[in-house]
Design a protein. Sequence first.
Length: 69
Amino acid sequence: MSALLTTTMQNMKEVIDKLTEAGLRDKVSVMVGGAPVTKRFSESIGADCYTQDAATASDEALKICLNKY
């Protein structure tokens, strides 16, 4: 997920909570980033991965996929 405004960042936590409620949290990896997002915030909401930019996100996504399959 990516946030461009701090006002949308709390929705990231809501998505993670909904994944947990639906019993899907252990089946998906959650990556977060965007201008206002920090590693500390990522950790506080329980995301699996934080990256600062899209290029790094693609590298991390590849790593996640290679470890899962």
